[in-house]
Write a protein that binds this ligand. Structure first.
Ligand code: FAD
Ligand code: SF4
Length: 511
């Protein structure tokens, strides 16, 4: 009798997948908690717990619908801790005749599974994960023959193709992009809605992890785990976002405030990246909500949100599959420095970094601008090696899966790809951080000072960055103005700035 074994990866928890439409007694699903996945980076404890909790919950859901599922727990004696070894073992024990899997999102796992298929003595096949708007190849085909990969044109193509916020061939309101309206600073004393959090008891999973040598970072309240661990909770989080946050999402998407860890952001990246909810349903529900409350939800808020999902998210995935594996080795500026120790503790006098890192350790989450303009900005100014940064971002965030982490980190944040994702490096001095946040007022450092003991490190590091990378950047038309300003500075001012930066770089662990 033919018997099929189907592998479900930890980020493939899509209950609407065709696989699960019918119950087939000749099919057995397998899910596994393995060391090759827990150990390829030093993950946040909440990330490992969150994945395992969501996997266990998905397994229970499948079983309740009468699907046959083999679940290999972390500390099961028979667990061989790699996809290949566990599958080989199961095939030999249960006499499966066919192996099937869904296209993985990560290059590393894709290779592993291709190798596994070659080593198996039974037939195999692969199916789509039925999650994204685009195929792996779509971005490459769209930009074929082009020198640049402009996100905006990819986004517009996808809006047309999938009829999202369109009026025939034109954007619904006549305008594609409302970015210009989405850069407001949070008014002083404005209190954002306290975010919906869950209180999942994940003690059992946490205890199992403690029995192993798995290295983790960050903290967790295992009795009240805040992240959604199943589709129902993911939908509740989405509904909360639509009800409470969407009306101000766009306006405040670039703002930052001390002790406000999520502001008006949706925090659905974990749910979406694990496929508990789909980008299509997220967009559909957001558009429906706007349709119901047009007076409360201005169009710019909706468009800003839709662009993140059908635009940036699909774009990053396309870049990943077009450019891997070379992408993982790119280092345009040849940066070589190590991350300061306080990236692992939050123990720094720089208020903005202290806040962004501490909340990352506490929640396994920081919103986009904290990742880009605080931690990423500092790391690029300080010349940190992109490998170090990738390892940090890949470990610390609950939503960090390589396809979306590396393109954002190496590409958007570090410009290590030399301009594939961004047209210029995202760096700033204190003035941008102060413009967009309330961090500077209570900082040890003074935002207006460029030199001296209390000078904000961002100020001198900013000019040091441009100075040391002049050969690589001065021809960039978007940066010309910076170099004219640098050239106009008096020599003694330049020397003082570079000396200050040099001092900070040599004493980076003390900042
Ligand atoms: P919201 O601000 O509410 O946005 C809604 C959704 O849009 C997100 O859930 C996400 O799915 C999508 N989105 C928004 N921006 C991006 C983007 N730049 N790329 C892809 N999708 C986007 N996102 C991850 O999912 N995993 C990562 O590992 C990751 N690493 C990042 C590293 C750096 C250095 C930077 C600058 C960004 C990174 N991002 C990553 C993108 C973005 O910061 C997160 O998707 C977002 O902060 C998740 O929080 P949210 O769900 O509240 O997002
Ligand atoms: Fe950050 Fe500088 Fe502002 Fe302090 S003064 S919060 S270090 S930008």
């Amino acid at each position: 009798m033919n018997k099929t074994i189907r592998l479900i990866l930890g980020d493939q928890l899509n209950s609407h997948h065709t696989w699960f439409k019918t119950v087939d007694n000749s099919v057995v699903y397998v899910m596994m908690e393995i060391r090759s996945e827990t150990d390829y980076a030093t993950h946040h404890i909440q990330k490992i717990v969150g994945f395992f909790a969501a996997m266990q919950s998905f397994c229970a859901e499948l079983k309740s619908k009468n699907h046959q599922v083999l679940y290999i727990h972390l500390n099961d004696e028979t667990n061989l801790h790699s996809f290949e070894k566990n599958i080989q073992n199961l095939v030999s024990i249960h006499n499966f005749t066919h192996f099937e899997y869904q296209l993985p999102d990560e290059y590393r796992v894709d290779l592993d599974l291709k190798n596994l298929c070659q080593s198996l003595s039974i037939t195999n096949s692969v199916v789509d994960s039925e999650h994204f708007f685009t195929t792996r190849e779509e971005l490459g085909l769209f930009f074929e023959g082009k020198k640049t990969f402009v996100m905006e044109s990819f986004y517009r193509m996808l809006r047309k193709k999938h009829t999202v916020l369109m009026d025939g061939n034109n954007p619904l309101t006549g305008k594609w992009n409302y970015d210009g309206e989405n850069r407001k600073k949070l008014p002083k004393n404005h209190k954002a809605t306290w975010p919906l959090v869950f209180a999942n008891d994940v003690t059992e999973i946490y205890n199992q992890i403690q029995l192993t040598t798995i290295k983790t970072i960050g903290t967790i309240d295992a009795k009240a785990f805040v992240w959604p661990i199943n589709r129902i909770q993911s939908l509740r989080l989405l509904d909360f976002f639509l009800a409470e946050c969407l009306p101000l999402f766009g306006s405040y998407q670039d703002t930052m405030s001390p002790n406000e860890w999520s502001l008006y952001h949706s925090r659905i990246s974990f749910s979406m990246n694990l496929k508990m909810i789909s980008p299509q349903e997220v967009i559909d529900k957001a558009i429906q909500e706007w349709g119901k409350r047009p007076e409360e939800i201005a169009y710019n808020q909706l468009e800003g949100f839709v662009r993140q999902i059908i635009g940036w998210r699909e774009y990053m995935r396309g870049i990943y599959w077009l450019k891997m594996p070379e992408y993982g080795t790119m280092n345009f500026f040849n940066n070589q420095e190590k991350l300061p120790d306080w990236f692992w503790t939050g123990n720094t006098k720089m208020n903005c970094l202290k806040d962004a890192i501490t909340q990352s350790l506490n929640y396994a989450y920081a919103h986009h601008i904290q990742r880009l303009m605080i931690t990423g900005n500092f790391a690029l100014l300080a010349g940190i090696h992109p490998d170090e940064l990738d390892a940090w971002y890949l470990g610390i965030y609950i939503d960090a899966i390589e396809w979306v982490e590396i393109t954002n980190t190496r590409g958007m944040s570090q410009f290590a790809d030399g301009g594939i994702v961004g047209t210029k490096p995202y760096v700033s001095s204190a003035s941008y951080i102060d413009k967009m946040s309330h961090y500077c007022g209570s900082c040890f450092y003074k935002k207006e000072l460029k030199t001296g003991k209390k000078a904000c490190p961002f100020n001198s590091l900013y000019w040091n960055f441009y100075d040391r990378n002049e050969a690589k950047l001065s021809e960039n038309p978007r940066i010309g103005m910076m170099y004219s300003a640098w050239k106009k500075m008096k020599p003694e001012v330049k020397v003082a700035l570079l000396e200050q930066a040099d001092y900070y770089l040599k004493n980076i662990n003390e900042l």
